[in-house]
Design a protein around this ligand. Structure first.
Ligand code: E4P
Length: 228
């Protein structure tokens, strides 16, 4: 399962990137608004930091298929070929995905704002590379977010659709773990939730115990590098 950072905060991205096995960055209009900076200023900085080969997902804002496709054109020209344009799946979005796939067979398309399996199915048939179900937001509606992602995965397999899932909107490690166990293609996760994937008081205590025992034997500050 690929792991992407769901944020536009360049400091948070710079902190996580060297530590975690990260495959790219996703943003949406709300995330860009939270950065408080002009969209292309922050997106160009993210692209420069993650490099030309990493996945960067950027959402269109236009409300009609024509306006969405104009957004796609500008996004690609500003941010390079390996940029996935996120298109929300309403009727205008479906039309935009279908037209974009026909006009540009190699375009990278992420169908987003997925709350139901049928949205994902239609987007995949229209030509999306990824569909992004919103796990926690679905849970908040009283439905089951991880189960929805699994149903989508099964629908793709049963129908021979080459589309991948980019699961989004996580609030805890359990949601991520369940989808990794199921072999979901990718997950985009906010920085605090990524850090929480390895934050564990028992692990920290175990590592402290190892250090204390070793220093009791060899002296404070001694490691395997300078032990006798
Ligand atoms: C990704 O495509 C979504 O925009 C994002 O993950 C939504 O996350 P949220 O539910 O935490 O806002």
């Amino acid at each position: 399962m690929k792991i992407l950072i769901d944020d536009a905060n360049i400091e948070a991205i710079k902190k996580l990137y060297p530590v975690f096995p990260i495959d790219g960055v996703t943003t949406n209009p709300s995330i860009l608004a939270k950065s408080g900076r002009q969209p292309y200023d922050v997106l160009r900085e993210i692209r420069a930091f993650i490099g030309a080969d990493a996945e960067l997902h950027v959402q269109v804002v236009g409300r009609t298929a024509d306006a969405m496709l104009e957004d796609v054109e500008r996004i690609h020209s500003e941010l390079g070929a390996n940029t996935y344009t996120k298109i929300p799946v309403n009727t205008a979005g479906l039309e935009a995905i279908k037209r974009l796939r026909k006009a540009q067979p190699s375009a990278h398309i992420t169908a987003t704002a997925i709350y139901t399996p049928m949205q994902a199915f239609l987007a995949a048939k229209a030509g999306a590379d990824y569909t992004a179900p919103y796990i926690n937001r679905i849970d908040n509606l009283g439905a089951d977010g991880t189960q929805t992602a699994k149903i989508i995965q099964d629908m793709f397999t049963q129908n021979g659709l080459p589309c991948q899932i980019l699961a989004a909107s996580f609030k805890n490690s359990q949601q991520v773990q369940e989808l990794a166990q199921y072999g979901i293609g990718a997950a985009t996760i906010a920085p605090a939730v990524i850090e929480g994937l390895v934050k564990n008081a028992s692990v920290a205590a175990a590592i402290d115990d190892f250090t204390h025992d070793f220093e009791a034997l060899c002296g404070a500050g001694v490691t395997m590098k300078n032990a006798k």
